[in-house]
Design a protein around this ligand. Sequence first.
Ligand code: SF4
Length: 216
Amino acid sequence: MGRRCGFLRLGGCNLSCRWCDTPYTWDWQGISDSGIRYDPKTELHRQSVSSVAEELLALGVDLVVISGGEPLSQQARLLPLIDILRDADVEVEFETNGTRVPDRRLVRHGVRFNVSPKLSHSGDPMERRIVPQALRRFAVTPGTTFKFVCRTTADLDEVAELAAGFGIDDVWIMPEGQSADAIDKHMQELVSSVIDRGWNVTTRLHTLVWGHRRGV
Ligand code: SF4
């Protein structure tokens, strides 16, 4: 967090978390909390791999974060982009909800995974948000970090269960919130218990700095 990087956000997600802060990447069905209907014709556009790579390399960064939506739903099609970035000595990190088994070719490229399994407060059914085969693979994949979005200390019990069940030992807790006030409230509630459990805590720097403002 805080490291200078390029950011590539892809459309489409296989979950539908009720507090998702990027519904414009996947929610084509209805009306969001803010009253905006998201139209895929407006939100998504096709771009060639070479053109995406060119834009990312032009940023002059040594790290690119690929997020979504759920970027691993498109992982095989992303391999040519990863090739170009790694050949240019650019590190690559994926942000994922941990429901897709990572392609071994990505692992061989040395990409990192920031895995954020969703808890029950996301509203997604357990069988969609927790995919044991995928979590077990991530837990033994080098360079993987697990980040859980939490609101209350009861959420931490859920995290402990998942960590024990899937052999997850690098746990980071991020307070949920789409405003500085909400993040602060959840952080104050969680932080002591997180420290007591020997885990790590992080925050939502992008929300604290820019709120809901979207990049280009
Ligand atoms: S997994 Fe991530 S992108 Fe998908 S709905 Fe949940 S918060 Fe949003």
